[in-house]
Design a protein around this ligand. Structure first.
Ligand code: V47
Ligand code: SF4
Length: 393
């Protein structure tokens, strides 16, 4: 394929680097839309400078999406923070034995939250919480049906594979049967949570008692078979190494080759407040940006890469738009507690559409409001007032 001036410039730049040969072969693959290998992914984690990783990731991001940066209008419902599991990194859950310290909402209380958005232009409700032994498949099927009866056009995205695995086991149903019931009740997409790190040697250290890699992947595969779209996350920056990250992304990339059902990959930065892993330091901002860049380069078959701003902080999320990220998640409306309890600087996460558009415009990108499936709801002209000295709080 004929190379553009930009591509020739990049190759020239790379030729002058020590170890330029490997970088050159990676770049040639990127230009030819070929996939990089696990070894090359590892090499990027270990050797690429932040500047070079940004340049390569950006090239791919702009080839896929130009300047577009997506966000949506959404709110979360967290049905409970009572949980039968005991993930060491979790700052949010309360064991069932200590359930008086937690919350568990009734269907009526959750419907009141849904109704509080009547007349507001939200397109998605995101439902994720702990794993409460008394909230079963029937409970959630009924709740989802009520949402769809009340507001049919609201997209229901809900439940991590961990919550689903527990629900299906309790109901004595196969993954296929359980997923079909939820889908028929109105569940349309799955969020990407519960994936953490797939490699058993790390999973056994940080979340040994919940569903493993095979179970997580099977649940997403069955959802894809029903025509549902799902996301995938990776909890990084704790006790894993780069090899574990590549292994995790490789398993996701392989499933995506088979099903094409994933929309978005979401690296989640480990936050260390108020949990059993508080002695583990948090990753640096440079490490966070490299994580996004390598993910964008390695996950060639994932359409989107998301920076979840309530966890990363809005300023860092803005920076990530130069490291391969094309999606910012949503307005959130202060409806999630998972990250504030784990020490995120976003203690009451909520951004208006104007704030999100400003944040995206300041990064030199074009803000696009999307629905859950990335259909365009509205595009925004680059904000003229988006000068670099407008504070983002
Ligand atoms: O699986 C829990 C993570 C996830 C901590 O699909 C932590 O659009 C960092 O699934 N530090 C649940 N992370 C959240 C989730 C999600 C969030 C946003 C968007 C989407 C989506 C999905 O939260 C868990 C776990 O990996 N988590 N504790 C912590 N201390
Ligand atoms: Fe429970 Fe999820 Fe927290 Fe693990 S991360 S303890 S499954 S709420």
């Amino acid at each position: 394929m004929e190379q553009t001036i930009k591509e020739k410039g990049l190759l020239q730049l790379i030729n002058n680097l020590p170890e330029g040969k490997i970088f050159k072969s990676i770049l040639e693959k990127i230009i030819d839309d070929q996939r990089i290998t696990d070894e090359e992914g590892l090499f990027l984690f270990e050797k690429a400078s932040p500047g070079l990783s940004a340049t390569l990731a950006n090239y791919i991001r702009e080839k896929k999406h130009g300047n577009k940066t997506y966000f949506n209008r959404n709110f979360h419902i967290e049905p409970t923070n009572v949980c039968v599991f005991s993930c060491k990194f979790c700052s949010y859950s309360r064991l069932y034995a200590h359930r008086d310290e937690g919350w568990a909402l009734t269907k009526e209380q959750m419907m009141d939250i849904v109704k509080s958005y009547d007349g507001k232009a939200v397109t998605e409700v995101h439902i994720v919480g702990g794993v409460h032994p008394k909230m079963n498949l029937d409970f959630f099927c009924d709740f989802i049906s009520q949402i769809k009866q009340h507001r049919p056009e609201l997209h229901v995205k809900g439940f991590t594979a961990v919550e689903l695995d527990y629900m299906f086991h309790k109901a004595k149903l196969s993954v296929k049967e359980g997923m079909k019931r939820l889908h028929e009740a109105g569940l349309q997409s799955l969020p990407g949570g519960g994936a953490e790190i797939f490699a058993p040697e790390i999973r056994n250290q940080i979340c040994e008692d919940k569903v493993g890699a095979e179970g997580w992947l099977k649940i997403h595969e069955e959802a894809h078979a029903l025509g549902m779209h799902t996301n995938a996350t990776m909890l990084y920056g704790h006790v894993e190494n780069y090899g574990h990250r590549i292994d995790h992304m490789s398993r996701l990339r392989n499933l995506q080759d088979k099903t094409h059902g994933f929309n978005t990959f979401i690296p989640l930065k480990f936050r260390n407040k108020n949990n059993d892993m508080s002695h583990v330091s948090e990753s640096s901002i440079i490490e966070d940006m490299k994580m996004y860049a390598v993910a964008r380069i390695y996950m060639d078959n994932f359409p989107h890469l998301k920076a979840y701003w309530p966890m990363l902080g809005r300023q860092n999320a803005q920076l990530s738009l130069s490291f391969g990220v094309d999606d910012m998640d949503g307005t959130i409306d202060d409806s999630t507690k998972i990250y504030s309890m784990a020490g995120s600087e976003e203690q009451n996460p909520a951004m208006s559409t104007d704030e999100l558009v400003l944040l995206i415009s300041q990064a030199g990108r074009e803000a696009v409001e999307r629905d859950t499936l990335y259909n365009v709801v509205k595009t925004y002209a680059n904000k003229k007032e988006a000068t670099f000295n407008v504070a983002l709080n």
